[in-house]
Write a protein of this length. Structure first.
Length: 339
């Protein structure tokens, strides 16, 4: 029985949909008049194996952060299943969700808004311990806070400082320490290196790698930084307008993206090989509104290689490129490989 349980992926997302409803007044709330539906996440599925790094990549506003917040039930999904260790989170009771919170944590994108300015770093890190009753005595809590601060390469003396006294990189470390305090299995890192200097971002990534080895963690990275994603990921999913359009092993996608949107994204990365120039694919037009997404393929309004009416009317099928590499596109694989 235990062997079968070991084969169950840590996280399985199946047909996830998260819609938001916009409208004003009594008519929109009661009769739906003037109600607008924002398709933030629309039928997303993927699997994250324990101990692996899974990255979700896409332009700003494509729904990446909504996916991670839906998985943790910080926002309530509209439909689908979210399985954690084989159990559907959407069926959890309040008590079961509280236990789940100890197993899954998030490091927010903006540390300035996610850290309480009225609390010291020590109080911020200690708060989850007090809420969940993980430590009974105050001296135990303080010892744990000091140990975690040193684990994220800060000083135990930093426990008495307030968030505004830290730099951006140090504030990220406080957020990481707070996420680790309950000893989770699964951590969502939402744009962890966004806005940081290159050297500071590299130090944060090295820290996360060391923590993964030490605490046996599984990471779910949310990012639009393709350089970072190539460095940290085991698997990558490319997202556009609330949908995943390509998914597979990190090396397969970064070295040979197949979906026209993925090819455009990765063409923007400058080549470091001497004498080798990357042909940039410039996408024309704007990303459509998630309130009125296009029919057929979500990328058809900007795709330079679309086949015609079929791309505008029919939802593209999933094509298997081998070794778990899949993409949603009407264009045959043989044609997509000829860039």
């Amino acid at each position: 029985m235990k062997k079968n349980m070991d084969r169950v992926p840590l996280v399985q997302v199946q047909g996830l949909k998260t819609y938001f409803y916009k409208g004003k007044g009594v008519l929109s709330k009661v009769f739906g008049k003037g109600l607008r539906i924002v398709h933030a996440v629309d039928d997303v599925s993927f699997t994250i194996e324990a101990g692996k790094n899974f990255s979700l990549v896409g332009e700003t506003g494509c729904g990446k952060s909504t996916v991670c917040r839906s998985i943790l039930r910080l926002v309530e999904p509209t439909d689908g299943k979210i399985l954690f260790e084989g159990q559907n989170l959407l069926e959890f009771s309040k008590r079961e969700m509280q236990k789940f919170r100890c197993k899954a944590q998030i490091v927010m994108q903006d540390p300035r808004s996610s850290l309480n300015p009225r609390m010291t770093a020590g109080e911020i890190i200690a708060e989850p311990l007090r809420i969940h009753g993980m430590k009974k005595y105050e001296d135990e809590i303080q010892d744990e806070v000091a140990r975690l601060l040193e684990t994220v390469r800060l000083s135990s003396e930093d426990a008495d400082k307030y968030p505004h006294e830290f730099s951006g990189g140090q504030a990220r470390r406080i957020g990481i320490a707070r996420a680790l305090v309950l000893r989770p299995q699964f951590i969502v890192a939402d744009e962890l290196t966004s806005g940081l200097d290159v050297s500071i971002a590299a130090a944060i990534l090295d820290l996360m790698q060391d923590l993964q080895d030490e605490f046996k963690l599984t990471y779910f990275w949310i990012s639009h930084d393709l350089h970072m994603v190539k460095y940290v990921s085991d698997n990558i999913a490319i997202m556009y307008l609330g949908k995943i359009v390509e998914i597979g092993r990190a090396q397969d996608i970064s070295d040979g993206p197949l979906h026209p949107y993925s090819q455009a994204l990765f063409s923007a990365i400058p080549s470091i090989k001497p004498g080798h120039e990357t042909r940039k694919i410039i996408l024309e037009g704007e990303v459509p509104s998630p309130i009125h997404p296009p029919s057929g393929c979500p990328f058809n309004t900007r795709c330079q290689r679309k086949l015609g009416a079929i791309c505008e009317t029919d939802v593209p099928p999933w094509q298997d490129a081998g070794d778990g590499h899949r993409l949603s596109c009407h264009i045959p694989l043989e044609t997509l490989r000829k860039v």
